[in-house]
Design a protein around this ligand. Structure first.
Ligand SMILES: COC(=O)N1C[C@@H]2C[C@@H]3O[C@]2(Cc2nccnc23)C1
Length: 130
């Protein structure tokens, strides 16, 4: 109904702002676009559901998220993929895992800082009855 559409519109504006802030952060450049399969030919053998911040942004525009929890599930997917594909003790792997954990903490902190909890409850109610 109309109020629900107003709520979801506000959610999209809010999620775009958070996604843009994460994508602007130089620390997270490796998460901004899909991993290049030309450069990393075995990536899809290991990672069954790739995710990145550009894809996240396009999902917002496609109305894929109707509460912040669904958005954070895709952030968690980016993090899980990075931890799974880069598990070694090498400096490079440690670095990317560290950045992935930082991405998750920043995303959760932005949501908590800027999202009013009963706004999220309202979004959950809309999601649960759809
Ligand atoms: C989220 O990003 C990642 O999980 N990765 C893993 C790949 C391995 C390594 O770093 C990545 C890109 C890359 N390209 C060329 C050679 N080696 C690499 C980024």
């Amino acid at each position: 109904i109309c109020q629900e559409e107003n709520t979801l519109r506000e959610l999209r504006i809010f999620l775009r702002d958070i996604c843009a802030k994460l994508a602007r952060n130089k620390q997270f450049f490796m998460f901004t676009k899909p991993v290049d399969i030309e450069e990393v030919p075995d990536y899809l053998d290991i990672i069954k559901e790739p995710m990145d911040l550009e894809t996240l942004m396009s999902k917002i525009d496609k109305h894929s998220y109707i509460c912040a929890r669904d958005f954070l599930d895709d952030i968690d997917l980016i993090v899980r993929n990075a931890l799974e594909y880069n598990p070694d003790k090498s400096a490079e792997d440690k670095h990317i895992r560290h950045r992935a954990c930082s991405l998750r903490d920043k995303a959760y902190a932005f949501i908590k800082a800027e999202m009013d909890s009963d706004f999220e409850d309202t979004c959950r109610d809309i999601r649960d009855k759809r």
